[in-house]
Ligand binder design. Structure first.
Ligand SMILES: CCC[C@H]1O[C@@H](n2cnc3c(N)ncnc32)[C@H](O)[C@@H]1O
Length: 474
């Protein structure tokens, strides 16, 4: 039975040795040697230290191409042309599905043709030495960004390869990313990842863990996103992780985004153990982008402005080519500079906005209601409680492809553009909270002369890519 219990070292070793059979590059992973290797890295490569000592929000893009030299060139370009403070390595989608043989084919084809045949960096195929060459060749700390439900081998190899930050979690990389993965199974697989990160930490190499805050990336109610972050943070902390960056995806409504980021930090500090350093990361809008690059820059600029007011520890930036997909280095660098411009212009201003405190209190009250139910369903065990609450629908994520989630929750924006809940399903929110959502959606319905309905949800999903925030009827 899945429990929120620290994985015994014997279990960690057994699983690691089984995983070695999954791809030949795993042979090179040797824990003690890897700890020594990390010890040779200079301070400016230590991810947690750079993040946790910064005096302003740090900027980090997403970026991943198949070949090692190209990845090095790309990351150095984003650092020097874009001003990235922290660097990513976005992993390809074959690797995310543990399809290492297909990733190998793609890598070999990329090497033959010079084409980017994969949509990311196949770190398992590059192996420990390839990862180390990458880490040594770029001028900033690097995080593994991916979307892998079973990320155990990827963690083994990238941790040994010098990476000191790793995105994802058992809910945030299951519910939004897969259809049939069993939640209990992904919780256990991520307990391995977190125990390995915890073990490196105990040997003096702090591995930063970043649960994936945006979830399905479109109109996710802040209380749901934050509840998932706290749950994944608790599961990681049990395994010995001491550096946690909780994430949140911009919804585009300034007051709600600032309130949500403040609630995220406050609830993270409250629920997670005192010896864990909790930081926050703000993902610029993860929904559909306008095709027009000037408008796309406007969306990115709003993200920068929001970050300047809310002051998260980190911002994941977007590019003006988001509508098209994977950006060029130049466009990705431009997204970094646009964000930086807004932050640098706004950061020192004393901006007072009414309504943020009230929204933050509402978000915190709603998040606590969800977390209380999860802990109650698990009789104090957050792993068990999470599984049960998803089974009953008391915990749920809108638009989730996963069969582990009921998928009954439907969000829609209120008259102010803030994300509210139209359909609750069995979500564990009490009536007085549900009433507030309904009242706010009724106000919008009155303004628009229509009933609150799924049509509002559909209109809101496309609104920003169409250049506005709320999907008002024409
Ligand atoms: C949750 C991830 C979605 C975002 O992740 C970006 N993304 C995906 N793959 C790459 C890549 N290989 N390089 C740069 N950005 C990438 C997409 O554009 C989107 O914004």
């Amino acid at each position: 039975m899945t429990r929120d219990k620290r994985l015994p070292e014997s279990e960690l070793q057994r699983i690691a040795s089984d995983l070695r059979d999954d791809w030949p590059t795993a042979e090179a992973v040797e824990f003690t040697e890897a700890v020594e290797y990390h010890g040779t890295l200079p301070a400016e490569k230590r991810f947690a230290e750079v993040l946790e000592t910064a005096d302003r929000p740090l900027l980090q893009p997403r970026a991943g191409v198949p070949r090692l030299r190209d990845q090095i060139e790309l990351l150095e370009g984003l650092r020097t042309e874009g001003g990235a403070d922290l660097l990513p390595t976005t992993i390809d989608s074959y690797t995310r599905d543990n399809e290492y043989a297909k990733a190998q084919e793609g890598l070999e084809e990329a090497r033959e043709t010079g084409e980017d045949t994969l949509n990311g960096f196949p770190a398992v195929n590059h192996g420990v030495d390839g990862c180390r060459e990458l880490i040594e060749s770029v001028g900033a700390p690097v995080e593994v960004r991916h979307g892998t439900p079973d990320a155990r081998l990827l963690a083994m190899i990238t941790f040994a390869g010098g990476f000191q930050s790793f995105e994802g979690g058992p809910i945030s990389y299951n519910i939004p990313y897969t259809k049939r993965r069993d939640l209990a199974q992904t919780i256990e697989q991520w307990q391995f990842v977190d125990r390995l990160a915890g073990l490196y930490t105990e040997f003096g190499v702090t591995i930063n863990r970043e649960p994936f805050g945006p979830l399905t990336g479109t109109l996710v109610p802040p209380c749901i996103a934050i509840a998932v972050m706290v749950v994944e943070g608790l599961l990681s902390a049990t395994q010995g992780v001491k550096s946690l960056t909780l994430g949140y995806g911009q919804v585009g409504t300034l007051v709600q985004d600032v309130a949500a980021l403040r609630a995220l930090q406050s609830l993270g500090d409250e629920y997670l153990p005192d010896d864990v350093t909790v930081t926050t990361v703000f993902h610029e809008w993860m929904g559909g982008f306008p095709p027009d690059e000037a408008r796309a820059n406007g969306v990115i600029g709003l993200g920068g402005a929001t970050a300047a007011i809310a002051k998260p520890d980190k911002v994941i930036t977007k590019s003006p080519q988001e509508f098209r997909g994977v950006p060029t280095m130049e466009a990705n660098a431009a997204g970094l500079r646009t964000t930086r411009q807004l932050i640098d212009m706004l950061l020192e201003q004393d901006v007072q906005i009414d309504g943020i405190d009230a929204e933050q209190e509402f978000i915190e009250r709603s998040t606590r209601a969800l977390l209380d139910t999860i802990l109650e369903r698990g009789e104090g065990d957050v792993a068990r409680g999470t599984i049960r609450a998803f089974e009953t629908g008391e915990f749920d994520v809108p638009f989730a492809p996963s069969e582990s989630a009921a998928g009954q929750v439907l969000p829609a924006r209120d008259d102010d553009g803030r994300v509210r809940i139209l359909e609750f399903g069995d979500l564990a929110l009490p009536d007085e909270i549900r009433e507030i959502h309904r009242t706010k959606l009724d106000t919008r319905a009155e303004t628009e002369g229509r009933e609150p309905s799924f049509k509002m949800v559909a209109d809101d999903v496309d609104a920003i890519s169409e250049g506005r925030l709320i999907g008002r009827p024409d």
